[in-house]
Design a binder for this molecule. Sequence first.
Ligand code: ADP
Ligand code: MG
Length: 679
Amino acid sequence: MNIHEPATSLKGVGPKKAEALKKLNIDTLEDLIFFFPRDYQDRRNRVNICDLKEETASVIKAKVQLIVKDRYKQGRKQILRLLISDDTGSLEVVFFNAKYLQNSFQKGNEYMFYGRPVLNFGKLQLIHPDFSKEGSRGEGILPVYPLTKGVTQREMRSWQHLTKELWGEAEDFLSPGIVESNRLCSLEYALENIHFPEEKQKLLEAKYRLIFDEFLVLQTGLFAARQNIKKGGRGIALSKDVDVKPYVDSLPYPLTGAQQRCVNEIVKDLESDIMMNRLIQGDVGSGKTAVAEIAMYKAAKCGYQAVMMAPTEILAKQHFEGFCKGFGNHSIKVGFLSGSMKASARRQVLQGLAGGQIDILVGTHAVIQQDVEYKNLGLVITDEQHRFGVNQRVRLKEKGHDPNVLVMTATPIPRTLAVILYGDLDISVIDELPPGRQQIITRDIRGKDRNKCYKLIERELEKGRQGYVVAPLIEDSELLDAKSAEQLAQELKERFGRYSVVLIHGAMKQSEKDDIMEKFYNHEIDLLVATVVIEVGINVPNATVMVVENAERFGLAQLHQLRGRVGRGKYQSYCMLITENESEIALERAEIMASSSDGFFIAEEDLKLRGPGEVFGTRQHGLPDLKISDLAKHMKVLNVAKDQAKKILQEDPKLEAAENQPLRRRVVKLFGEDFQLNL
Ligand code: ADP
Ligand code: MG
């Protein structure tokens, strides 16, 4: 066996299993070895049956006294019941639909059972426990792998066992010097103990090593990406003589206190000759755009260009329209750039930028394309920055000579994490919504009461309003999503025959999506059925209903973002969260959503309910996916790895040394081929 062979070279892995493994990103045996458990079951401490507690996972050793096979569902399915006992008591074990297990047990034999007992009619029961013959593998600390349909825990464990001999072959990208100076264990030891730890201490050593590895790769990539962004670097100082007051006065509303504070901080940054590197955090609807406009006004009036990059075409277009209105009266020329523009129109914009006739540019990531040249870029802004990858942000900045940088987001990020993502940056928070915002009525609805939602939609459409229905998410497959959403869209089309109901889903081409969003914006569509989280930041004030199917599948922060798509105009708006789930956590979540409209509070509560790993998922911040490390949990290791990454890059800034090639490959693997450019 060789580590680069495909997974199918393992016993028991045929084409079907290989297909399932692919979903877990496992193609080769190496991928398998680097596929780590998400948890462990400690089966070393056995308890007596009389000491079992409800809902507490435990191991027992017991003898099978009785085996009963029942049929149910018109005889098509079998239920297997065992009565087991030890010296202290007896217990029922149940397996549903368990034909395949029917010969697994023999009366009178002893087995180990591992499971979480539940109470049934006042008696404890084990339902589908793990089991093994006494003395076989199945004792000790067992790994629990994240799985997908078509792969069982048993199979995964056995495959991991089969590849044991390859642990020593895995490429170690750390030099012996680094391993030693950081007091890390060997890679082979780490692999052995991450999969099958003998004891907790060894598992911890293994974890530390693997987390260190992953963070080192991450940090090396991030540093490489922003090698020239240094805290305190000299930047462009804008003239103190240019006041932003004329622009502020021309806004149709007074700034909120929080906006004003934020503007002051930005203006101070802009006027200093130290490069601005600032993050604006502000809840959905808190008015970040106006703050950005003021900054751009200042840059333009000081003779510099400013550019704002938005994640979607429709959002960029909305900004463009707003800017044209806002800046028109101040004789500032605004340009727009996107991927779908005609060549001639695009050429004109490029000329305007290079020649300096355009003062402010807004667009999609088209604004960072190679042939886009600016005359004198003084300020770069990313809107909804969590939607952009590291590369894109860096490339935007490199369009100018040390321009001032402003990034805006509605996702609250803890300070520590922000530092990793953006380097040493300053943060401004807009923690106040403009006055007079109406409360969005939020309701938690059971699936069977779906009709209530439909009645509401009908009422609103009749009044001339618009609405969104976010369709259920199924697994991770966009194709599956599209299918179930299509069904839902079909039903809604029938139900709301008089109105224009249109589906938008993730598998569509971008141009198609843009087209639909545009139509919705122009009220040519009444009801939008969407699988994708509806384009961030989009502003359709006429939309008043947001229905979210399978709301339990979304994080609270995400639900809050979705809800933020309505209630943007003068009309009373509604958010209906449909769940099938009545668990305590689901109810608690619904309660939080219904009782609060404060994004920061909601994010905090989300953190409490789901833990940092879920909430600050790397996806949300444009970071690559991490396998084993958790930015929020493993801060200490992160800092150690950070220092090491710095050291490596100080000696070899472009990772050109022969000994750094394995590291370089890992960085490119983590960040994607595109990343070569930054090295
Ligand atoms: P976000 O922070 O989500 O990007 P926007 O900048 O899109 O929010 O602002 C949301 C809405 O609030 C816009 O319609 C904007 O005109 C309005 N707005 C912004 N600031 C104020 C203010 N100080 N007073 C009243 N309305 C405001
Ligand atoms: Mg915005």
